[in-house]
Design a protein around this ligand. Structure first.
Ligand code: CP
Length: 295
């Protein structure tokens, strides 16, 4: 595997094998070892993804070169290509890149380094989807016949795009629910998913994934207010009572408590949000093992 920019870069078997390996690592298998370093090159803020790439690299014995915009030569105008060439020259074999705009392989493919998309604009967040699949498969095993409901700001969500594709690839049914301004006509079909009303979706879901309301990407006019959003689209305690007894709640984080999810649901018995973070480390470790031919 040279690069991972999108879920569609992986065949179904390759995706399943990364998820299976992530679960094995999560459940105590010994990580393989790799030589050298990885880099995290982040043009946007992050807690979970950046730290989990660092932790994943450490599991394999890799050094980590970490760059964020502030304090680096990105602020002097250095291009992404030159930044990636620099970290490669410093020994990084793979770079996890987070970017506010969609990454284009044709701009970066010739670089002497493996590229991993750590979240790009509205486009893709493939390693989040690997982590979320690992959480769901640890809970339910085979996902064929299971239902994933994704709720909220689908339009701006790279997490929704990657997870809709990834869960569908492994046989799950994917339902999407959100306000019409954030789930415009055609988007669900384009992702191979079905649009449903929120309460109907909650009654059917095995996995209920609540998306962060991305206030930093909101342009004027999508929503009247966050209070209105909670009223009509938030996963409140009352709405969570509609879920099947065995259903679990996911959220990629960070949460806007009492906006898209009630604060008391974040760490409730149904919540697997902390496990998403743990599986984030092991999913990324599985990917680095495969990409760097760890032994
Ligand atoms: N899930 C996720 O991408 O979180 P961070 O923005 O904290 O990395």
């Amino acid at each position: 595997m040279r690069h991972l920019l999108a879920i569609r870069d992986l065949g179904t078997e390759e995706l399943q094998s990364l998820v299976t390996r992530a679960i094995a690592l999560r459940d105590g298998a010994a990580p393989l070892r790799a030589e050298g370093a990885i880099a995290t090159v982040f043009y946007e803020n992050s807690t979970r993804t950046r730290l989990s790439f660092q932790e994943a690299g450490a599991l394999l014995g890799l050094r980590c070169l970490s760059i964020v915009t502030e304090g680096s030569s990105i602020q002097k105008g250095e291009s992404m290509e030159d930044t990636l060439r620099t970290v490669a020259a410093l020994g990084a074999r793979a770079a996890a890149v987070r970017s506010p705009w969609a990454l284009r392989l044709q701009d970066l493919a010739g670089l002497p380094i493996h590229l991993v998309n750590a979240g790009d604009g509205w486009a893709q967040h493939p390693t989040q989807a690997i982590a979320d699949l690992a959480v769901a498969q640890r809970e339910f095993g085979d996902l064929r016949g299971r239902t994933l409901l994704i709720v909220g700001d689908i339009l701006h969500s790279r997490v929704a795009r990657s997870n809709a594709e990834a869960f569908s690839a492994l046989g799950a049914r994917v339902l999407l629910s959100g306000p019409p301004t954030l789930l415009p006509p055609g988007l669900a079909e384009g992702l191979g998913a079905e649009e449903v009303g929120l309460e109907e979706g909650l009654r059917q879901a095995d996995v209920c994934m609540v998306l962060r309301l991305q206030r930093e990407r909101q342009e004027r006019g999508y929503l009247p207010s966050t209070a209105e959003y909670r009223r009509f689209w938030g996963l409140t305690v009352a709405r969570a009572a509609l879920l099947l007894d065995h259903a679990v709640i996911l959220h990629p984080g960070p949460q806007n408590r009492d906006v898209e999810i009630d604060g008391e649901l974040v760490a409730c018995a149904r919540s697997r949000i902390a496990d998403q973070v743990s599986c984030g480390v092991y999913g990324r470790a599985a990917l680095l093992e495969a990409m760097l031919d760890a032994r």
